[in-house]
Design a protein around this ligand. Structure first.
Ligand code: RFL
Ligand code: PHB
Length: 395
């Protein structure tokens, strides 16, 4: 089997890249090690930046997003029992964010991929990359017990943080920049109508909490917990008790309680791999970098990488110029580090670290007081939250 671009991973990065290449008439094969149901049902991100929404619409995969996505013009920061509103749209010249589950994004992109008739293999076993320093790299895997060999011009490593592409870089060719946080998030989905039509980020003396949603009937909530917390310690009653304690404010806001139908704990980490390319292998999305979820940036960054990569590959196939490919890593890393900075700042401002001092606590309150009181500070926060400008060129 041969293709122009072999894409490892059918998460948001791999599927978006496949479609962006399709729109440019470039062939690809997507190889995913999990099943279709597993990929669609994995509950993760929920916030799309303005340009990500515009991108999906421009790519022709935004119909359901436009119908079912919840457009938000603002959000709240809550501390000392008070909610403070930040009007994102007013502060950013009309931009907003849209709440639309990552699993819905993935579902729409899989449907779009299948409609193109281009190959997408699920449940591929023992996926491995080789010859990335040559002009004919190869991807090997098995489907239904049969060995497959896929030769290609380029490989896109879109296989997430625990994939095989980043470890496929030769020893010493990559530097990792890492920060592990001393806490994690316990997240739930509940059958309960959202009690606020915008997100609420809460700083509480018992720890961070976040109010979000998935639809007019489903509330999504998160709690700061220790990083390796055993979910079995958290009965539904204990979860609701803690959510209500942290999130209730003096204006009467509190989440509506309802049956919990999904729960899990995620540890939190910041990581960047530099460079994002070696030879003919390009890393994109979580395979190259992860952010703590507090800034809601991970999926959007994955989308930004593949927009840059698709444009560079387009240039290569159209005018035989490798200039865009040579600049890929540097262009992506500028945005990646700004998203890292913002996500780190949101995380350290809103969480309580186990080793924090009373000085840190006072400083965090002052930070939140400043953010919610100064138009300049709010504007900076809003500009980052809705997404820094992104140059999208569909070719
Ligand atoms: P993914 O989604 O991990 O997809 C990688 C795919 O590669 C497959 N794979 C392999 N395939 C073949 N061979 C192998 N050896 C393979 N190994 C792995 C995997 O099965 C998978 O299908 O990476 P991608 O595409 O880069 O997308 C990144 C996003 O998923 C991630 O950044 C976001 O979910 C992060 N995130 C959020 N991002 C946002 O933009 N907004 C949010 O509101 C937001 N909230 C979140 C989040 C992540 C969270 N968790 C669970 C980490 C909230 C949470 C709780
Ligand atoms: C979500 O709705 O899952 C969500 C929202 C905002 C975040 C992270 C996750 O910062």
């Amino acid at each position: 089997m041969h293709t122009q671009v072999a894409i490892i991973g059918a998460g948001p990065a791999g599927l978006l890249l496949g479609h962006l290449l399709h729109l440019r008439g470039i062939d690809s094969v997507i190889v995913e090690n999990r099943s279709r149901d597993y990929v669609i049902e994995r509950v993760r991100a929920g916030v799309l930046e303005q340009w990500t929404v515009d991108l999906m619409i421009a790519m022709g995969v935004g119909q359901r997003l436009q119908h079912e996505g919840l457009r938000h013009e603002g959000l709240y920061f809550s501390f000392n029992g008070q909610r403070h509103h930040i009007h994102l749209t007013e502060l950013t010249g009309g931009k907003s964010i849209t709440v639309y589950g990552q699993n819905e994004v993935v579902k729409d992109l899989i449907d779009a991929r299948l409609a193109t008739g281009r190959p997408l293999y699920f449940e591929a076993a023992n996926v491995a990359v080789a010859d990335i320093d040559s002009t004919r790299p190869v991807v090997r895997f098995q489907v239904d017990g049969q060995d497959q060999e896929l030769t290609c011009d380029y490989i896109a490593g879109c296989d997430g943080f625990h994939g095989i592409c980043r470890p496929g870089f030769p020893a010493g060719s990559l530097t990792g920049f890492d920060r592990v946080y001393p806490f994690g998030w316990l997240g739930i989905l509940a059958e309960a109508a959202p009690s606020s039509d915008e997100l609420v980020y809460t700083y509480h003396e018992r720890g961070f909490a976040l109010f979000s949603m998935r639809s007019p009937k489903v509330t999504r909530l998160y709690l700061q917990v220790p990083p390796e917390e055993d979910i079995a310690l958290w009965s539904d009653d204990r979860i609701w008790d803690e959510m209500l304690r942290r999130m209730s404010t003096v204006d009467g806001f509190k989440p509506n309680v309802g049956p919990i139908f999904q729960k899990g704990v995620t540890p939190m980490r910041s990581y960047v791999a530099e460079p994002m390319r070696h030879g003919r292998l390009f890393l994109a999305g979580d395979s190259a970098h992860i952010v703590p979820p507090t800034g809601a940036k991970g999926l959007n960054l994955a989308a930004a990488d593949v927009v840059v990569l698709a444009k560079a590959l387009g240039q290569f196939y159209k005018s035989n110029s490798a200039q865009g490919l040579d600049q890929y890593s540097d262009i992506c890393l500028r945005r990646v580090w700004k998203a890292q900075r913002f996500s780190w700042w949101m995380t350290q401002t809103l969480h309580r670290a186990p080793d924090e001092s009373p000085f840190d606590h006072r400083r965090q309150i002052a930070d939140l007081d400043y953010i919610t009181g100064s138009r300049a500070a709010m504007t900076s926060m809003a500009e980052n939250y809705v997404g820094l400008p992104m140059d999208v060129d569909l070719g």
